[in-house]
Design a protein around this ligand. Structure first.
Ligand SMILES: [Zn+2]
Length: 285
């Protein structure tokens, strides 16, 4: 029986009562559950629409986080080359622009993460795609113009699923080189909503489309920012939510005071599906 005590969660670094065996708080545990469920869906090729339609909402989470953007940029460049210049064949490492920015030790670390994420591995000078990247390449419809809604949607899903694939090893291993903080903040917001509703928490009935800022956005009421992110990173996350770079993500409107967020329909449907999947999961995982 694991003892419970106040301790620092090894993922979000919040001081919270955690299971002393795993040193992971409740919100991070729900975030890992969501990540594992999505990765499993993509690796088996059976992605339900409730999940697929939500994935483009998190496509910014790695690119906008300078500590982990190198993993995303390498994977995204590799996947782009795999449907343009190197269809069905390995990509020479020297052709990947992102890798030219990093020293050999860092390049090795990037390939460690890509290999654990089942995105790609290095064989000599050649980069070969692994199962997760092959699934992601297949998302792109063939024969459609790049400006069509189908291709635009596919790009969002491809970028979002790369984030999910890369997040899994970074959240899960003790030797992870860096925490994906932007990803963690966004998913812990979703986990915060889930944690209040059964089967995670006490609230029954459907999740409301309009949520209080403290239900969605922990930092406003928290004593400090979660995941120890700085003001600059927090501003980037707000810009992405509110669509100051184009289209809003995860939420569709912001009201107040008193401050409330209106979740997008795709977010709401996704959260309800995650509640069901939690109920459906085998007891011991
Ligand atoms: Zn945590």
């Amino acid at each position: 029986m694991a003892r419970r005590q106040k301790i620092i969660c090894r993922l979000c670094h919040d001081i919270i009562e955690v299971d002393t065996a795993s040193k992971i708080c409740e919100l991070c545990r729900i975030t890992i559950f969501q990540t594992d469920e999505i990765v499993e869906a993509y690796s088996t090729g059976q992605v339900e629409d409730q999940i697929r339609n939500f994935i483009p909402e998190i496509e910014f989470t790695f690119e906008r986080d300078h500590m982990v953007s190198r993993y995303f940029n390498t994977a995204w460049e590799l996947i782009q080359k795999s449907f343009t210049d190197y269809v069905g064949i390995p990509v020479p490492q020297r052709e990947i622009e992102e890798l030219k920015r990093w020293n050999p030790d860092e390049v090795r670390r990037i390939f460690d993460v890509l290999r654990f994420a089942k995105v790609a591995h290095l064989e000599g000078e050649l980069v070969k795609l692994n199962s997760m990247a092959e699934r992601i390449v297949e998302i792109l419809p063939t024969g459609e113009p790049f400006s069509s809604p189908a291709v635009k949607g596919a790009f969002g899903e491809m970028r979002g699923s790369i984030c999910i694939a890369l997040a899994q090893p970074l959240l899960d291993t003790d030797s992870r080189p860096r925490r994906p903080r932007n990803f963690l903040v966004n998913f812990n917001h979703l986990s915060n909503i889930l944690s209040r509703h059964e089967p995670f928490g006490m609230a029954t009935g459907p999740i409301s489309k309009v949520v209080d800022s403290e239900e969605f956005f922990i930092p406003i009421v928290g004593k400090r920012y979660p995941v120890q992110i700085g003001q600059k990173q927090m501003i980037k996350i707000l810009q992405d939510h509110f669509g100051w770079r184009g289209e809003s993500k995860i939420i569709e409107a912001f009201k107040g005071p008193p401050y409330k967020y209106v979740l997008k329909d795709v977010t709401l449907v996704y959260l309800e599906r995650m509640r069901e999947r939690w109920r459906e999961r085998p007891r011991e995982r």
